[in-house]
Design a protein around this ligand. Sequence first.
Ligand code: NAD
Length: 498
Amino acid sequence: MTPIVAQQHPTAARAARSAARVPVTVAFGDGIGPEIMKASLKVLLEAGAGIALEPIEIGEHVYRDGHTAGITPESWDGLRRTKVFYKAPITTPQGGGFKSLNVTVRKTLGLFANVRPSVAYHPFVATKHPGMDVVIVRENEEDLYAGIEHRQTDEVYQCLKLISRPGCERIARYAFAYARAHGRRKVTCFTKDNIMKLTDGLFHRVFDEVAAEYPEIDNEHWIVDIGAAKLADTPQAFDVIVMPNLYGDVLSDVAAQIAGSVGLAPSANIGEHCAMFEAIHGSAPRRAGQDVANPSGLLLAGAMMMAHIGQPEVAERVHNAWLATIEDGVHTYDIFKDGVSRRKVGTMAFADAVIERLGRAPRTLRPAAYASDAKPFAVPRATPRPPARKELVGIDVFVHATKPAEELAREMQTAANDLFALTMITNRGVKVWPNGLPETFCTDHWRCRYLAKPGKQFNKAMALELLAHLTWQGIDFVKTEHLFTFDGEPGYSLGQGQ
Ligand code: NAD
């Protein structure tokens, strides 16, 4: 099994070399968090981790105290100083007004790469896929996770999916740099660019550009739906998979579960300045306070952290003792199986079993070799690019209305003139005018597209006049999108039927 090493943090590596203890911000979290964090820290410290822990409070009661992202301003100061965060899962309170702490920390600290290895431990942990060893590199800051959502009409709500070129470039570069550093042979990209041609299309295109710089590493692209099916059925076909945020979020849980258990999977959130290490699972409140939860995901995340801060020998000792424990059949309830497991243990007893095995290597499973198997690599940056020639050619006006398309078109056409024309109306993306079909179901949310006529120009003053006209007409427009070309290429989807 390939060890799970992120790149080394230079400051931290220096500190380790000078035998100083590296400051690490630690949060015990909610639910099962405190139990699995105590167990993990006990193992790491017994293994000789040179870390100075700086605890912070995050999570449920911090939310309840009025901090909408579940974290206090003082905690941010600590995090920005240590630059390394070891975090147990937290409970996000239900209901409006609360922001996801995870998303906030990842985005605020620029932790753009979420590295999630899923490994099968056959025959010691039941799995449908012996030999599975997949690393999902999930883009961590963009996509539908911007949290920009609006209700626009009685019937329609929207969520903005934002994808940037630097975001795509950095995550694609990270995936290939990771593959090269870990001796992995292939990087696969999952997108849905047959439907989302601009956003996912950009992700795919940038992936192809970056792939060309790594000729020794195979590359391929799968449409995410069939790719996900293949991953669930034949994970051995994949090595490193890079994907936009939402697909990566969903599929890394699937990958962890089919490998053995969500309780086993660690994750590293890597940025240029800081890094955060956590299990992929949540706070499992139903299991809290019973000393039954599996601390493995958080413990292996701790091993990734030790490698990151320049102590790969500690990472290796912990990981190998953990593998030996799993091989010896000492299992928590979630992976316990009669006939395979030998002893069912709770959280702390599992940690003690790992501690007893420190210094041992697994007999059957491949030992972890953090120091020799992975080369440290710098966090990649995006390449600066000159701005494109950007030209305004029209406007999409979104309207709240409950009338037939033909009637709406007649009203909207009164705003057109000899410089620009109403060229189409769509409802939820389906063209309903001109030449719509009576079978198309329509909601109360319409997109009306105005484009400059051939040889004519469109500008923002014309857009304002158009909107003023619609206002006097009593049209309830709820949003507009400018239509630009970039170096002559349309920067907007053409719409079905065009
Ligand atoms: P969950 O991952 O907490 O738990 C789902 C189920 O998986 C549990 O009931 C349990 O049966 C099993 N499980 C998870 N971790 C386990 C472990 N270590 N050992 C044994 N079994 C384990 O998912 P959920 O119930 O959907 O979410 C609970 C809370 O966690 C929610 O408030 C959610 O917002 C939060 N959450 C936090 C994080 C995070 O902090 N990183 C991530 C995901 C969910």
